[in-house]
Design a protein around this ligand. Structure first.
Ligand SMILES: *Cc1c(COP(=O)(O)O)cnc(C)c1O
Length: 470
């Protein structure tokens, strides 16, 4: 399927030389700079399909799709050619001066075609964080135009991830992020997440009943704030960075009912769940709700170039277009022609390969069965999957569900074994997560599961040896 990539072409410097220059000049995102400088970065130099190679030639199975984004896998000629062609024809032009470029128009048209019917318009940004900044501006503007400027408050959830700009990090519910830089910004508030495991698997409540209880926290918050002050609720269909937290099926329909009851706008952050990840084009379709806005990024270009944006449903679009006048918001790279050309090629490739159906009917259920089997592992407290993403909660005592002691970073131990064994899995606290490329085959899922079992076994051996299970 892919053109051959030359795996013999080495880079110009040794790994140690790259690491030294990296430590001297490059401040990495979400990183303890000092400790990384001591340890040295892993230098990744090449990729093809679902595999990466580091500078020393080690092959690594990328079970995280880069960072949740390389949905069509690495090395896809159609995307590379689209970028090259567009770079030659028109590398950049803006959309501010009552101007537009063909790739941006084509992408807008294609996004409207693959989105649920209410989405006929799109606002482009350069990333998911910027997309969520646009969401904040847009929902507040919407209520202003409708003569309800007091509707300012946006409700989100703890342990949500909505990006790292001021608005994105405020919408997110990550305590570590709020602790730095005076966040959240005003009029953003949070409710608890629908995390069955974290809530101690409440006795006497089925999963589905728990889902309705968790949705009820939104109604409590709306009443606490005052329904006439609430602009919108935002959530990820499945919380990704929070640890692949798959809500009970009862959760989202109840959230929808509550939003409708109080006229509150519903925003689906589809940055991870969009473009086939859950076996549907968008996660809201998997969980059966109809948002007014959808944020997207990551999988829209399979990460080949940066692009994000917001799909705007008719309820909001009609008000902005028919009554709004000028919307004083936008980015230099809103509708960047090269990014849009790559996104068009990416979406067409997803359609040609029928990846969304493949995940829904074949590889998604196959992964789910493997994850159910993985639940028998002595360290696995809970396993969850949805489409091609999954999480395993590592516990000290499986029967009682007891977590490891706070000083044991079991996730980092397990992640270390993964890297050493040629597998990229991410650790979120004590939860190990995956989100592999959607082109992954059944045989490749088998290959990944062998590595996952091996790394859990090695982690268990460490725990036994060092007395962490006592
Ligand atoms: C990654 C992510 C974002 C932020 O996207 P960036 O492109 O990193 O700014 C927002 N929302 C969700 C759900 C994400 O996973």
């Amino acid at each position: 399927m892919n053109e051959t990539i030359d795996k013999t072409a080495g880079t110009t410097r040794s790994t140690a030389q790259w690491q030294a220059a990296d430590a001297a000049h490059f401040l990495h995102p979400f990183t303890d700079f000092k400790s990384l400088a001591q340890q040295g970065s892993r230098i990744i130099t090449r990729a093809d399909n679902i595999y990466l190679w580091d500078n020393d030639g080690h092959k690594i199975l990328d079970a995280m799709s880069g960072l949740w984004c390389v949905n069509v896998g690495y090395g896809q000629r159609a995307l590379i050619d689209a970028a090259t062609r567009q770079m030659g024809e028109l590398p950049f032009y803006n959309a501010f001066f009552q101007t537009a470029t063909p790739p941006a128009i084509e992408l807008a048209e294609l996004l409207a075609a693959v989105s649920p019917p209410t989405f006929q318009h799109v606002f482009f940004s350069g990333s998911g964080s910027e997309g969520n900044d646009t969401v904040v501006r847009m929902v507040r503007r919407y209520w202003d135009i409708l003569g309800q400027p007091q509707r300012q408050v946006i409700i989100s959830r703890l342990n949500a991830y909505h990006g790292s700009t001021m608005a994105g990090a405020s919408l997110g519910g990550m305590g570590g992020m709020h602790a730095q830089g005076g966040l959240p910004i005003p009029d953003i508030t949070h409710i608890e997440q629908p995390h069955w495991w974290e809530h101690g698997r409440p006795k006497g409540l089925s999963r589905e009943e728990f889902g309705r209880v968790a949705a009820g926290w939104l109604e409590d918050k709306i009443l606490e704030v005052g329904a006439d002050k609430v602009a919108a609720f935002i959530g990820e269909p499945v919380q990704g960075a929070g640890g692949v937290i798959v809500p009970p099926d009862s959760y989202w329909p109840e959230i929808q009912r509550i939003c409708d009851k109080y006229g509150v706008l519903l925003v689906s952050d589809e940055v991870i769940c969009g473009f086939g990840r859950t076996g549907h084009w968008f996660g809201c379709e998997r969980f059966g709700y109809k948002p007014d806005l959808m944020t997207f990024a990551k999988g829209v270009t399979s990460g080949y170039v940066p692009l994000g944006g917001v799909m705007v449903g008719e309820r909001i679009a009609r008000v902005l277009i028919d009554q709004g006048g000028e919307f004083n918001h936008g980015y230099t790279y809103s509708g960047h022609p090269v990014a849009c050309a790559v996104a068009v090629a990416n979406i067409r490739l997803i359609q040609q390969l029928d990846l969304v159906t493949q995940v829904r009917d074949d590889t998604g259920p196959y992964l789910a069965a493997q994850f159910e089997a993985l639940a028998a592992h002595p360290l696995a407290g809970e396993t969850q999957s949805c489409g091609l993403m999954g999480g395993v909660q590592l516990v000290k005592d499986k029967a009682k569900g007891t977590p490891f002691a706070a000083e044991v970073d079991i996730g980092m131990v397990c992640r270390g074994h993964c890297f050493a064994n040629g597998l990229i899995m991410r650790a979120v606290g004590d939860r190990m997560i995956i989100a592999p490329p959607l082109v992954m085959t059944r045989a490749q899922i088998d290959e990944m599961m062998v590595l996952i079992h091996r790394c859990l076994d090695l982690t268990l051996a460490d725990a036994q040896r060092d007395g962490w299970l006592a």
